[in-house]
Design a protein around this ligand. Sequence first.
Ligand code: ADP
Ligand code: MG
Length: 349
Amino acid sequence: MFKQFDKLFGIDLGTSNTVIFEKGKGIVLNEPSVVAFDQHTGELLAAGSEAQAMIGRAPAHVDITYPLIHGVIANFDKTSSMLNHFIKKIQGRPSFLRSSQIYITVPCGITNVQKRAIEETIVHRGAKKAIAIEEPIAAALGAGLMLDEPIGHLVLDIGGGTCQVAVLSLGGIVASHTINRGGLSIDRDIMDYVKRQYNMEIGERTAELIKIQIGTAIRSTEERSIEIRGRDLVLGLPRSIRLVSSEIFTVVNEFLDALIEAIRATLELCPPELAGDVMEQGILLCGGGALLEGIDERIRADTGVAVHIAEHPLECTALGTGLMLGVYRSKSKPLMQENSREEQIAVSQ
Ligand code: ADP
Ligand code: MG
C-alpha cells in the first residue's frame, strides 16, 4: 500500500472544468480547463478562471485554449502545464507531483493505449504513480451508488464537450455510448441562433450565461427573459436584445433528442437483466448539464425511466476519485472502497 508521506490527488480532468480532490482535505480546486499562453515567448500567462476571463478580450499574441476537446486531451503539453499550475496553486510551491499518487479521470470508451499514455505523461512529470479511472465509474461512486453489487445502473454525464451514457454493474462498464456534444455545443447553437434570428454576434461566455439563466429542457409555462449585449452584424455597432426562455427551449431541443437517442442506444446494447435493473433503479444524471432546468423531467418523459440528479453534479466525479484514492483496483474485485462516501463528502465541505 501507499506510504504515509505520499500525497494523494484525485483529478477530474474535464473538457470544461478541472476539479481536484486531495485526500484528507476534500475538494481543493475547481477551475475551468483553460490556459493562456504568450505566443512569442511560449510562457504560460494564466490558467483556470483567470485565463477564462481573457477569452474574447486578449490581444492577438495571447493564445487561449481549452487543452481538452470532447473529453480527450488534445494537447498533452498544455494539459500538463495547466495541471502543474493548478497543483502549484494548491500547494503554494512547485514540483507538486513529487511523491504523489494521482488518480485521474478519463472518458469511457478510450483505449488502453490511450489510458496508458495519460498515466505515463503524469508519471513522466514526476508523480510516483498515476491511475486512470473512467469518468462514469467515478461519477457514480461520488454520487453514492454502490457499484460492487450485481445490479445495473445507468449513469448519464452531461459535460462540456461530451455526453457519456454508461450502464455499470459489478464495478465495471457493461455498455456505453458517447456523443461529442455537450454544454459547449449548446452554447454554440445559441450563438448561431442569435446570429440568424437577430443579426447579432455574441461571445461564448454570453451564450453560456443565456443557457444557465433562461435555458430550459421543457416547454415551461413561466417565461423567463434576459437582456444581452452583442454586436450588430449589419451596423457593426453594439446593441442589446431581450431573449426569452421559449426561444432557448427550441435551440436546445435538437441536442436533447440526440441525448435521448444515446440513452436508447446504450440500453439496446446491454443485456435484458441489466436493462430491467435500470428501469427499477432509474437514471443517475451528473455533470454540469444536469443543472439545465427541467432536464430530468424531459428525460423521464421521453424514456419512461425515473431520473435522479446527483447531489453535487459538478463535483461528484472528483468526489468519486476521492473515494478510490489509495485503493488499488484488482480484476477479481473491481472496486474496493476504503473510505465511506460520508467521510469524503465531509472533508470536501
Ligand atoms: P466537463 O466534465 O466536461 O468539464 P462539467 O461537468 O464541468 O463538464 O460541466 C460543464 C458544463 O455544464 C458547461 O458547458 C456549463 O455551461 C454547463 N453548466 C453549468 N451550469 C449549468 C446550468 N445551471 N445549466 C446548464 N448548463 C450548465
Ligand atoms: Mg466531467
